[in-house]
Design a binder for this molecule. Structure first.
Ligand code: FAD
Length: 608
């Protein structure tokens, strides 16, 4: 069987380490409202079952979906390859679409830490497949923001009927600049609106294997002002839904008019959607307020987290595939015996450069998982403190907001860079479709583009997450880093790591300090430096989480037996590598930021 069919390798041991040994969710999350009915052993079992499902039912459609194009029929219906539908059936047959759904609407109520661990496995096994699980989240959004009538009409039917869901923002002339959207909404009375316009690049825009699709659409009510503030969010179903939630045979006027032909995630249906051309596209204003962009941000934040987790998941399985290959492939002799023609040939994992490549993937795959699950643990606490918007949860919501551009923006860029290192481990074989890496690269590249390009993430971090609250949330986070330095890393065992983290933390503060006067001199400085600031912040926070893990691994190693000895030894090796090879880079970043000029803006366009 080709290596691409059962390509997916999960890392349940590291997921459990994060959840139960580092974040200690049995004490901090599970059993506490609203997560009362999930305990540690249920969570472990569920994740174990999901790992098996991902490896044996979801992964097999990964390559086939890449090679079998989706088709669009004359009625605007998109047809998926049979292999993908088979994977989706396995997902639904196990009722996994209810896993993340809160108990009050009939779900299993998995907290964010558990859900994102689950999502890692399905996105790592088959990224295109993972998008089709979005319907459950759209049902949750309507449950959170909709009126009672909207909830009756959509929430339970979507969950019971396993309908699809989308988020519809982008237009041909409104990409990063969402506020340039032109799609219009006209009130028709009785709470109904008609939407007109063309949207582009819409994931899940249309696909068969579900009975209905519910679109969350940003459009501008007639007479509303320009920019994002004039946008409202509407619920627009593909097939009309009666007041009591029954799906009718009346086709609503939203049609897929083109499927994009893409570099990767070819199994994901990316559609041009046309509203109100053939017949009226009717919909409901979400809630009662014209508050579209703020409402859509709930969806965008979830999607950003999903994209960051998808990237991390891809690096993790790429690393584990590369590791397996380098343990088998024999090539060349030991470097120390380079002059002996007859020296035994060795497996390539014995070459120092291959070890360097493996460790860079391992440290970042585990570091990015540590970062994502740390953010997820903050999301758990937000829910426990009353959820989005609750007064008590505000500081933690701000911390989660600050972490999201790191998870998504930094994570997706770093993973793209490292997937080429994964491929390098395979030599020429990695370039061929016999192994999954070339598809991993094509499927992952999108992560630095959608849900806000990397620079949009970098600006978001700098302006909205740091500058807007005068740096208070960032200072709080750096205070936590300092606590780790002075308590967890105390003593001799992790002295080198303590020093590296302390230095990097000081450099990051220096970077933000240098940006203040620059920002006052010209916002172009932010344009030039924001991606660097994003990277430096991401690298420091990952370094911190790895150091927290190292302190635990160090303690546990003393009494560990069997495979745990290897696991904790690997943890310590990864943090050592990271502290020696990544954190010192912040010193250079600081120098580059301090020395940054604006002269590039003066270079005449013709000189480019
Ligand atoms: C496969 C796929 C799936 C998608 N799914 C969805 C979906 O489900 N729903 C949806 O609504 N959209 C979706 N999108 C759209 C996606 O979110 C946009 O492509 C993305 O936001 C970037 O917009 P753009 O493509 O117009 O690029 P542009 O905005 O034109 O950006 C081009 C370049 O210019 C830079 N740039 C743009 N503006 C600025 C600025 N102000 N300052 C500095 N640099 C700037 C960008 O960083 C980027 O490097 C999807 C796209 C793809 C390809």
């Amino acid at each position: 069987m080709s290596a691409t069919v059962l390509h997916y390798k999960s890392n349940l041991r590291d997921v459990y380490f994060n959840l139960f040994e580092v974040l200690d969710i049995e004490r901090t999350t599970l059993g506490r409202a609203p997560f009362v009915s999930m305990d540690g052993s249920t969570a472990r079992d569920a994740l174990k079952q999901l790992a098996t499902l991902a490896e044996t039912e979801i992964a097999p459609s990964f390559a086939d979906t890449d090679r079998t194009p989706l088709t669009l029929d004359a009625d605007g219906n998109v047809h998926l390859p049979e292999s993908l539908k088979k994977s989706m059936k396995a997902w639904w047959d196990g009722s996994w679409h209810l896993f993340e759904v809160p108990e009050h609407i009939g779900g299993f109520g998995a907290p964010p830490t558990i859900w994102w661990s689950a999502f890692e496995m399905i996105a790592g096994a088959h990224a295109s497949f993972a998008f089709y699980t979005f319907g459950s989240f759209v049902a949750r959004v309507i449950d959170h923001l909709g009126t009672d009538a909207q909830k009756r009409r959509f929430v339970q039917p979507m969950l019971d009927g396993r309908w699809g869901g989308t988020m519809v923002l982008t237009e041909p002339d409104a990409g990063s600049d969402v506020g340039a959207a032109r799609a219009k909404a006209r009130p028709m009375g009785d709470g109904l609106w008609e939407i007109e316009g063309t949207k582009r690049f819409i994931t899940n825009g249309d696909f068969d294997s579900v009975d209905n699709i519910v679109h969350l659409v940003l459009a501008r009510p007639e007479g509303a002002g320009p920019g994002t503030k004039g946008l409202s969010m509407f619920i627009v179903p593909k097939w009309w839904v009666a007041e009591d939630g029954t799906m009718t045979t009346e086709r609503n006027g939203v049609y897929c008019t083109n499927i994009e032909k893409k570099m990767g995630i070819k199994g994901s249906s990316t559609c041009e959607l046309t509203f109100g051309e053939k017949q009226p596209a009717r919909g409901f204003l979400v809630g009662e307020a014209h508050d579209g962009i703020r409402q859509m941000f709930r969806v965008i934040e979830q999607a950003r987290m999903a994209v960051g987790v998808k990237s991390m998941a891809t690096l993790s399985t790429a690393y584990l595939n590369a590791l397996a290959y380098t343990k088998e492939r024999v090539q060349g002799g030991d470097l120390l015996r380079v002059n002996e023609k007859a020296s035994p040939r060795v497996r390539i994992i014995d070459h120092p450069d291959v070890r360097r490549m493996l460790m860079s993937q391992k440290a970042f795959a585990e570091g990015l998982r540590a970062l994502a699950l740390y953010a997820a643990s903050i999301q758990d606490q937000v829910e426990i403190l009353g959820g989005h918007g609750a007064k008590e949860a505000e500081p933690l919501e701000r911390l989660n907001d600050l972490l999201l551009p790191l998870v998504k923006g930094y994570g997706s860029e770093k993973v793209y860079e490292l997937l080429s290192v994964s491929l390098q481990c395979f030599g020429g074989s990695g370039y061929c479709q016999d192994y999954p890496i070339e598809q991993y690269i094509r499927d992952q590249k999108i992560d630095s583009l959608y849900e806000g390009t990397t620079h949009i993430q970098a600006q978001d971090l700098f302006f909205r997450k740091v500058a807007r609250d005068g740096g208070a949330t960032l200072r709080g986070l750096l205070g936590e880093v300092q606590r780790t330095i002075s308590t967890d890393l105390a003593g001799d065992a992790l002295a080198v790591e303590r020093q590296a983290l302390e230095r990097a933390s000081a450099d990051l503060q220096g970077i933000y300090g240098a940006m203040l006067p620059k920002m006052q001199a010209s916002l172009y400085h932010v344009g030039f430096q924001a991606n660097r600031v994003l990277s430096a912040t991401g690298e420091l926070v990952i370094g911190w989480r790895l150091c927290v893990q190292a302190a635990i691994a160090q303690r546990k190693l003393a009494t560990a037996t069997g495979k745990d000895v290897d696991f904790y030894t690997g943890k310590l090796a990864a943090v050592r590598w990271y502290c020696q090879n990544v954190l010192p880079g912040l010193t250079l970043t600081r120098k580059l930021v301090e020395a940054g000029t604006l002269e590039l803006m003066d270079v005449p366009e013709a000189a480019f």
